[in-house]
Ligand binder design. Structure first.
Ligand SMILES: [Zn+2]
Length: 481
């Protein structure tokens, strides 16, 4: 078992983040369906669709905002016409709000549309499903979302929505500068197997990269696997890229730092599913000399925003979703402002979601210096239920030095729970028993980050459970919303 010190990790490939499609085309080998014709490769039907979309995405990402908006409305016009005619929920809603589904779509028409909430989706049931899904969109797919808000919903899609999901997955691989010939590992939620599950090996990377490129193998491990076992697995499978949740990345980093182990030849960690706390990128660079690429995706609508190939903020995936960030008065947020994230699906003709309030908040950014016209989000700040209420009554999304906590005292897991306006509970799974000095240090760190006025009780646990869908919350509030 290799057990080199963390600081000996290979740093030679750290600067691969600005690879464009053209550069990857130079390193990745296209897959050909004709065994005797490998160059240039003859793409199969699925690869041809994905490559044709990628060709367009490579161009549309540079469109100025007005052009993107225009194209989005051109597509949304079709969605609205379809929804008005075949989705009972929208037929009624459009009538109630004086929306003519056949009138040219403009900002005035659009703003008449009320927001759609998760409760609306639950209550609408089958009336949100089209009675005339175009046959050309392929088979209907069904996805039950995790219900981490305690309100599970089922979202329908089609083979077409699936194709867009794959196209954006491929864009993500390309933007991240991944070489598809290398090894890809994932530690994530899996329906099968628990902590004892040994993981799976696949011949390729999956439905996005495999049809297009000759891919290396991939490995998947269940997120329920204890951290020590994950490290062993990473050392055995030796992936170049790792996909996992930010909370799991932090647990791996803490373990590596305290046990002086490395996981070569890892080059890049891609995080998803949770908010990436500040400091985790730097901590990963420091411990492993590895960069972090984060993404913003949701179960209901897929990729909302991907990290810019050249910067650490996110570009909205405008070719698949219209994303609005609005303030409390419903007005669009200006750069620097944080507001609610509202999404509209451009290609879901089975269950169109129009102006759906995801429940997330994000900060709008200025146009990106990289030149891409896709709108910028600088920060994804979380859900209302993850807001902390300060003793003053002010609400914040708490940052409490999540990445520093493991440095104060070695811990396996933690979660901060707000019980009342002035009482917090710090739940911890320690690596060793805390001394009273450790407890004092921990309280001091939290107080320094959050400000005074809280009583902090520290409670000890064997494990802290992940929520439905494998998500882990380092903060949750038990105050009534
Ligand atoms: Zn950019």
């Amino acid at each position: 078992m290799p057990s080199a010190a963390c600081d000996e990790a290979d740093t030679s490939e750290m600067n691969g983040g600005d690879a464009s499609f053209a550069q990857v085309m130079g390193t990745g080998t296209f897959r050909s369906i004709l065994p005797d014709t490998v160059w240039p490769a003859i793409a199969g039907p699925r690869a041809a669709s994905l490559l044709a979309l990628q060709y367009q995405l490579e161009r549309s990402e540079w469109f100025p905002p007005e052009q993107l908006r225009q194209e989005q409305f051109r597509q949304l016009q079709n969605v609205i016409r379809h929804a008005g005619a075949s989705v009972p929920y929208y037929g009624k809603l459009f009538a109630e709000h004086g929306i003519d589904a056949n009138a040219p779509l403009d900002d005035a028409q659009w703003s008449k549309l009320p927001l759609l909430s998760r409760v609306d989706i639950q209550q609408a049931g089958d009336t949100l499903i089209s009675t005339a899904i175009p046959k050309s969109h392929g088979e209907m797919t069904s996805l039950s979302t995790s219900g981490s808000t305690g309100m599970p919903v089922t979202i329908k899609g089609t083979a077409l929505t699936q194709l867009f999901w794959l196209a954006l997955t491929l864009r993500d691989h390309l933007w991240s500068g991944m070489d598809p010939a290398k090894k890809f590992g994932a530690v994530r939620f899996m329906k099968k197997g628990g902590a004892e599950f040994p993981g799976e090996r696949h011949k390729g990377w999956g439905g996005a990269a495999d049809p297009v490129f000759v891919t290396g193998p991939s490995f998947v491990l269940n997120i329920m696997t204890p951290v020590e076992k994950q490290i062993e697995w990473l050392q055995q499978t030796r992936p170049d890229y790792l996909l996992t949740y930010p909370s799991n990345l932090m647990a791996l980093l803490t373990h590596c730092r305290h046990n002086k182990v490395a996981i070569p030849p890892l080059q890049l960690v891609e995080t998803f599913g949770e908010i990436l706390p500040p400091g985790v990128r730097d901590a990963t660079k420091e411990a492993w000399a590895v960069r972090v690429v984060d993404m913003y995706s949701t179960n209901e609508v897929g990729y909302v925003a991907l990290q810019c190939p050249e910067h650490e903020h996110y570009h909205v995936q405008s070719e698949n979703l219209l994303v609005e960030v609005i303030d409390e008065g419903g007005r669009p947020c200006a750069p620097g402002q944080t507001g609610r994230v509202i999404v509209s699906t451009l290609h879901n003709f089975a269950m169109p979601l129009l102006r759906y309030a995801l429940g997330d908040f994000a900060t709008v950014g200025k146009p990106c210096p990289c030149g891409r016209g896709l709108p910028v989000l600088t920060n994804i700040v979380g859900r209302v239920r993850n807001m902390m209420t300060l003793p003053s009554g002010d609400q914040i999304w708490p940052t409490f030095g999540a990445s520093k906590i493991g440095d104060v005292v070695p811990i396996r897991q933690f979660q901060l729970v707000q019980k009342t306006l002035t009482e917090l509970e710090f739940h911890v799974v320690p690596q060793r028993s805390f001394t009273s000095d450790d407890e004092a240090k921990m309280r001091a760190l939290i107080t320094r980050e959050l400000g005074p006025g809280f009583q902090i009780a520290i409670t000890y646990h064997e494990a802290i459970a992940r929520g439905p869908g494998g998500k882990y919350e380092d903060f949750r509030s038990e105050l009534p919303a």
